[in-house]
Design a protein around this ligand. Structure first.
Ligand code: ATP
Length: 206
């Protein structure tokens, strides 16, 4: 059982989810990041590794015991059925670990970072509100290119597979525009934090 109210934080690739989550954490809010949980599950000694090795074979495990992500990425790119099997193993574990972390969380609310929040009914059922980190498309392309070293067409191809920005904007309860500077992002997170402290605490006492 999750004791605190949960704000689901989402956004497209490179929209600034991690940066925004860091500012929430700086306000003392517990942040649970599903990407981090996924990494932990597939790190050396990770809980998912025995099942992944049993299903995909020892070639997909690196010498240090972690998942060989590059090899796995190549496989799931070629084989949609392998992607589904990988997700069938990982997704329930990530959800389970998210709920366990949220159950331990203290405070008026916690932030759960889920890149595919609007695409996943299981996570939509967990969160009380949704917060979209939104970003001007051209700014987003430039930031992802700078961070990843991918070409402009590669970045645009990835973005084309994601839910359109307009659809996300329509589904979100709250939106932060991260087209500006990091200090502008920090100010917006602080404003949302104050809003959540009052509105979610009020909702809880009703
Ligand atoms: P992903 O979906 O790929 O995990 P993300 O949504 O978590 O990405 P971040 O990693 O927070 O996005 O940001 C993407 C890149 O853009 C990072 O290099 C980050 O430092 C940079 N960035 C984020 N917000 C800003 C900003 N307001 N000004 C300048 N750079 C920014």
């Amino acid at each position: 059982m999750v004791g605190v109210k949960v704000v689901g934080l989402t956004g497209g690739i490179g929209s600034g989810k991690t940066a925004a989550a860091r500012y929430f954490a700086a306000q003392g809010v517990v942040v649970v990041d599903t990407d981090e949980l996924s990494h932990a599950l597939t790190a050396p000694g990770g809980r998912a590794m025995p099942m992944l090795v049993a299903r995909f074979g020892p070639d997909f495990q690196r010498a240090d015991g972690a998942l060989d992500r590059l090899r796995m990425r190549e496989l799931v790119f070629r084989q949609p059925s392998a992607r589904r099997e990988l997700e069938a193993i990982l997704h329930p574990m990530i959800l389970e670990d998210s709920l366990a972390a949220l159950a331990k969380a203290r405070g008026a609310y916690a932030v759960l970072v889920v890149p595919l929040l609007f695409e996943s009914q299981a996570y939509r059922d967990v969160v009380d509100r949704t917060l979209l980190i939104d970003c001007d498309k051209e700014v987003q392309v430039a930031r992802v290119m700078q961070r990843s070293g991918l070409s402009e067409s590669q970045v645009r191809a990835i973005m084309a597979t994601q839910m359109p920005r307009e659809d996300k904007r329509r589904l979100a309860d709250d939106i932060i525009d991260n087209s500006g500077s990091l200090s502008e992002l920090a100010l917006q997170v602080e404003a949302k934090h104050r809003y959540y402290l009052s509105s979610l605490a009020r909702a809880r006492s009703q």
